[in-house]
Write a new protein. Structure first.
Length: 320
């Protein structure tokens, strides 16, 4: 059964498929929409829609869903890698849970179990899309697949004062008092994370109006994709923001970032309301941080270790 709606001179048609899926498209005329709907219904009746390959599913899921989430960058990397794998050439109707287990076991030889589980979550979401939205399959082969056991959590010790000084020096933060370089601004953002426990995406999206110095707080708006570690970030109707209290050092860092905020910032994906205090994007932060860390000689450290470091520091002031 096809449903039609008209808007702005165009005709949108939705065809409901067996199993609860649906296909939607937009045309200039009602006649074109009706012809397309009839064609889709014939294919559904004969089972022709089930001829889609896993690769076709991955490509469509990336374009329509995975590229629009907070994890768009990594979703694209993972799915493009899958498209080069033998599984991508298989017909959806041929894929079984055993195939997913074989893929998972092989992948476990290359990366950690935590990475495999994250990739399985993404793959499962794509197969669910095939079942519920496209009607290309009747079941999700990932649902019954055995998952690798969770690995041990990272047990990195707290940073020493010497290690923090090494990172500060490697980024030129101690000599660039006006934070004129992007590298120095990355180090400033990391130090701010150490003081507040804020995530990288949250720090990079602080706007001047979010910094309420008189109240010693900063507002995490969490309205842009990437601005908060949540699938809801950038796609909510309510107010997902929160207030983060500031230490004296955090206020000093924000004062310096505000005073030296780069000009000429433009609207970009994930950064819809410039200017921003730090003035760099997620990709720049990631690349520059890795260079600073490697140059400092501090081993086994990620940017996001700053969250755990901050929690440990703040716990000293809480009676739990």
């Amino acid at each position: 059964m096809a449903g039609y709606s008209e808007r702005s001179g165009a005709v949108r048609v939705t065809v409901r498929l067996p199993g609860g899926g649906r296909k939607t498209s937009t045309f200039d005329t009602r006649r074109e929409a009706e012809d397309w709907a009839a064609s889709i219904e014939r294919k559904a009746a004969t089972g022709a829609l089930s001829d889609a390959t896993v690769g076709e599913l991955f490509e469509e899921y990336l374009d329509n869903i995975a590229s629009k989430t907070d994890s768009a960058k990594w979703n694209r990397y993972r799915i493009l890698r899958w498209l080069r794998a033998p599984l991508a050439s298989r017909r959806l109707r041929e894929v079984t849970t055993h195939d997913i287990v074989l893929w998972s076991n092989a992948r476990c030889q290359e990366v950690s179990s935590a990475t495999v589980n994250r990739e399985l979550n993404l793959m499962s979401a794509a197969f669910t899309y095939a079942v519920k939205v496209r009607g290309w399959s009747s079941s999700n082969p990932c649902h019954e697949a055995h998952r690798p056991e969770k690995g041990r959590p990272r047990g990195r010790e707290l940073l020493t004062p010497d290690q923090i000084r090494a990172i500060v020096a490697a980024g030129g933060y101690d000599t660039d008092l006006e934070l004129s370089t992007k590298t120095a601004r990355v180090v400033a953002s990391w130090l701010l994370s150490l003081e507040t426990g804020m995530r990288s995406g949250e720090v990079l999206r602080i706007r001047p109006r979010d910094y309420m110095r008189d109240k010693r707080t900063v507002r995490v708006a969490a309205v842009d994709v990437g601005g908060r570690k949540s699938a809801r970030s950038g796609r909510v109707n309510g107010d997902p923001s929160r207030l983060v209290p500031l230490t004296a050092e955090a206020m000093n860092l924000l004062d310096r970032l505000l005073a030296s905020m780069p000009g000429g910032q433009v609207v970009a994906v994930g950064f819809s309301s410039p200017p921003y205090l730090v003035g760099i994007n997620d990709q720049q932060r990631d690349a520059l941080w890795r260079k600073v860390r490697d140059r400092s000689g501090v081993e086994d450290l990620t940017y996001h270790d700053s969250k755990h470091e901050a929690c440990t520091r703040l716990s000293k002031f809480l009676d739990v």
